[in-house]
Design a protein around this ligand. Structure first.
Ligand code: GLU
Length: 473
């Protein structure tokens, strides 16, 4: 039981900076933090790191919230905003100052630039040289100082990364970083430490672009006498060409996937497989993910984004989605295409007929358009499929279809009767018929298509197209 009691206290957080949309990498981090907390009955926290005043926007905050909501990654606490916690950072900075773990630095930007320039010129790594660390000098008048952390000069920092294993960094590689700017806004590394402590985070799960920040943060935990959380750094996500995933590889915003007709459960399933695995399982629900998720099976090596696999998953989820839901999601695409849904058959029926061939809702909608709008066949299709010889058979079919009971089986009989009466083979008649009624050659079975489109539309479209046939002889 003791294990469960400890597990119940698991607290994870997703801490995005609101400087853009929720991208694939961020969503994967959020998903892993969420799944880990859910699995162990813990708490998932959302913290918005909005201290970059120039780049943070309200639209971005909204885009992140929307993206998480769409993916079903609801937080248990938050969102918390760092800019609403400035007083707290000031307090903790003061605590570090009082304990001798931090100091005021009065360097101007020009002075810092000159310092770096001189270091570069002499072949050294540019870094703050600690000139105010133990300085007894009188502070220059009128300068608002920053607060710097006193990084230990010797020794090293080691942590057992839950993904990457033991990592050791020498303190000599670190300099005295600024923790509080002159305007009272904390820097990233300090804000994160104060917040992760205040929010009692037990597992810091984040992208491995932050590995270099971790030793700096650990030094601050130690200076504050705090217990370290566990760190798990997720492998990078690469595009198909092996480069870090970026806009060049197509959609990177989660909402763009929604707009292109992906189902959230497909994207969640796919994101889970980016750097984590459970045997050979490719398709699984969020419930299964929660059941199976662990940090031990996160891969050390970079994950590769495979758009085809995502499309395949989406197709599987579309196939098994509830028809009403599918119709509800496909409708807006059709409306945006200028279709009037009242002018055609119920969308649930159309979706039922077409869904097995669609990779995205966008494709499903594209295939459904012909039920709501006349699609004129191209000149090339007409030239290929309309002939003077076949016209009488189609005119005959048009006549017969006026009288039959309107269902798939009877429509099929009528088509067969015309074929035998005119001595034709099925494709000879079915292809031009498809083109006349749907404007294209790829459709589900023709009898099902005609049945669903309805007698009036079928007859009207056939009539209109019979005029486009070449005259006999
Ligand atoms: N705001 C940081 C980012 O978006 C969060 C890093 C962290 O999780 O500590 O990269």
């Amino acid at each position: 039981m003791a294990v469960f009691a400890a597990d119940a206290m698991i607290r994870t957080r997703f801490a995005p900076s609101p400087t853009g949309f929720l991208h694939i990498g961020g969503a994967r981090t959020a998903l892993f933090c969420w799944a880990y907390a859910k699995k162990l009955g813990g708490t998932f926290i959302l913290r918005v790191e909005d201290t970059d005043l120039e780049r943070s926007t309200q639209q971005s905050v909204q885009a992140i919230l929307d993206g998480m909501q769409w993916l079903g990654l609801e937080c248990d606490e938050g969102p918390f905003f760092q800019m609403q916690r400035l007083q707290r950072y000031k307090e903790v900075a003061q605590q570090l100052l009082d304990a001798g773990h931090a100091y005021h630095c009065y360097c101007s930007k020009e002075e810092l630039d000159a310092m770096r320039e001189a270091q570069r010129a002499s072949g050294q790594k540019p870094r703050y040289d600690g000139r105010w660390r133990d300085s007894m000098a009188t502070p220059p008048a009128g300068v608002v100082p920053v607060v710097r952390f006193k990084t230990p000069r010797t020794g090293d920092v080691t942590w057992d990364d839950q993904v990457k294993g033991l990592i050791t960094i020498s303190n000599e590689e670190l300099d005295d970083l600024v923790i509080l700017r002159g305007d009272g806004v904390p820097t990233y590394n300090f804000g994160v430490v104060v917040d992760d402590l205040d929010m009692a985070i037990t597992h810091v799960i984040r992208g491995d672009d932050h590995v270099n920040n971790t030793p700096r943060q650990i030094n601050m935990y130690k200076a504050l006498g705090a217990v370290l959380p566990k760190f798990a750094h997720l492998p990078m996500i690469l595009g198909s060409d092996g480069e870090r995933l970026s806009k060049r590889h197509g959609a990177v915003s989660v909402m763009q996937y929604r707009d292109e007709g992906f189902l959230p459960e497909a994207l969640v399933n796919y994101l889970a497989r980016l750097g984590w695995s459970h045997g050979d399982e490719e398709k699984f629900s969020s419930e299964q993910l929660i059941e199976w998720f662990d940090l031990a099976h996160i891969s050390k090596s970079p994950a590769r984004f495979d758009a085809e696999k995502l499309a395949w998953l989406n197709q599987q989820y579309i196939k098994e989605a509830d028809l009403r839901r599918l119709a509800g999601l496909t409708g807006p695409f059709l409306l945006a295409d200028g279709c009037s849904l009242a002018d055609g058959p119920p969308l649930v029926n159309v979706v039922a007929l077409l869904k097995d061939r669609a990779t995205t809702l966008r494709e499903l909608a594209d295939a459904a358009v012909m039920f709501y709008r006349v699609l004129e066949p191209s000149a090339a299709l007409r030239a290929q499929h309309y002939s003077a010889e076949i016209r009488p058979a189609l005119a005959d079919l048009h006549t017969r279809l006026q009288a039959v009971v309107w269902n798939r089986a009877v429509i099929n009989e009528a088509i067969k009767a015309v074929i035998s009466a005119h001595g034709l083979k099925m494709p000879k008649l079915a292809m031009p018929l498809r083109v006349m009624v749907t404007g294209e050659t790829h459709t589900p079975s023709i009898d099902a298509t005609l049945e669903l489109l309805g007698r009036d539309h079928v007859l009207a479209r056939m009539e209109a197209q019979l005029m486009n046939f070449p005259a006999p002889g």
